[in-house]
Design a protein around this ligand. Structure first.
Ligand code: ATP
Ligand code: MG
Length: 354
């Protein structure tokens, strides 16, 4: 029996709706396998700004540090999108959380459930069998380098920076994962033009000497973007920098049919944070349209990576597969052939899982 404390941080928009389903599934797992999971909740993002003026209140950060894992929703609110001058923004909470918790590795499994082959905009014969694990570096790069304005504000800059240490630690995680999978790793950079990418490649090449059983391929990010659509099965484990990873994993999300199906794990020095890759999606908030599978699959990653409960994790993934096999869909993964009565809302499809 495992005794674990989970912090639930739903955040903004559909984060609230989908995280509630993810938590319920964790509850069902605890009951089924006789584990004792306790929960607490905390604020982040727009809801935290409204309540406290701070997108990541100290109380939330403390609770995160003191829990065994965090089940996270999303942050964001449209009111900031058209206000580039806003000093306090929901996303600041997210970046600060990653920095404070030392979450330097973002894992995104991109796996297509066979039942959803037809939901993707990519041809089934190209897609079938795709199974990629992305490692996106999360605490360095252009997001965290010096930024500012010069020339009386008419020129803006963001500095992209990586230290050898930062590349090594994410690289090592990716090589280790490649060992447990098909021993194939693609490292993505832009070493033909960027100095930070040249250092990235140097460090991955050094690591490759320690992992001689792993076959490494080096790609420029523009090529990767193309091959992902043309031949996704060429990839197994992919490791890349923060900005490239951000863009490539959104692109790769189309391989899985919908943003609503994709989970992620952010891990590093302390508590792991598990969240859907999608954002707050205010266009569908409160309408019961949000697909909760990404949160449920995030809960599966949590069970596996933070708690080491592999069997329980697989049970969750299987349960999602079963629901799809039975023909249940949320609107985002339904197609013209889905009968109307099989299209369920967020809570209703959640009730079918486990
Ligand atoms: P943010 O600003 O927080 O990134 P967003 O409004 O850009 O949020 P995204 O989450 O990036 O929204 O998603 C883009 C679109 O994809 C949404 O507007 C929504 O229509 C759809 N979408 C995202 N997640 C889901 C989901 N879980 N279920 C159904 N549709 C979704
Ligand atoms: Mg978005």
């Amino acid at each position: 029996m495992a005794k674990k404390h989970i912090l639930v941080v739903p955040g903004d928009g559909i984060g609230q709706e989908v995280t509630a389903v993810g938590k319920k599934v964790l509850d069902r797992i605890a009951a089924k396998y006789n584990h004792e999971f306790t929960y607490d909740e905390a604020l982040i993002g727009h809801v935290a700004i409204e309540a406290t003026g701070n997108p990541l209140p100290d109380e939330t950060l403390e609770k995160m540090k003191n829990s065994d894992a965090v089940l996270f929703g999303a942050v964001g609110h449209p009111k900031y999108d058209n206000d580039p001058t806003a000093k306090v923004r929901p996303e600041q909470g997210l970046l600060k959380m990653r920095k404070e918790l030392g979450l330097y590795a973002n894992l995104r499994p991109i796996k297509l459930f066979d039942e959803l082959l037809s939901a993707s905009s990519i041809k089934p014969e190209i897609l079938k069998g795709s199974d990629i694990l992305f490692f996106r570096e999360l605490t360095g790069d252009i997001y965290f380098g010096e930024k500012g304005r010069k020339n009386n504000g008419d020129t803006a800059y963001d500095v992209a920076e990586y230290s050898r240490y930062e590349v090594q630690r994410i690289g090592r995680k990716a090589f280790e994962a490649a060992r447990t999978r098909n021993k194939k790793l693609v490292s993505v950079d832009k070493a033909n033009v960027l100095e930070s990418s040249r250092l990235w490649r140097e460090e991955i090449q050094k690591l490759a000497l320690e992992y001689l059983d792993v076959e490494v391929e080096y790609q420029f990010v523009d090529a990767t973007a193309m091959i992902l659509i043309k031949d996704p099965k060429r990839f197994d484990v992919v490791v890349t920098a923060n900005l490239f990873g951000d863009i490539l994993t959104d692109e790769a999300s189309q391989i899985a049919g919908s943003m609503g199906m994709l989970a992620s794990a952010s891990i590093g020095d302390g508590t792991g944070v598990y969240e859907p890759i999608h954002g707050s999606a205010h266009d569908i908030t409160g309408m019961g349209l949000a697909n909760p599978m990404a949160s449920v699959l995030s809960a599966a990653l949590l069970l596996d990576i933070s708690f080491g409960l592999k069997e329980e994790s697989n049970a969750v993934i299987n349960a999602v597969d079963q629901v799809l096999k039975k023909g249940f869909r949320t609107k985002d993964i339904a197609d013209a052939n889905t009968p109307k009565d099989m299209i369920l809302g967020t809570d209703a499809i959640g009730e079918e899982i486990l």
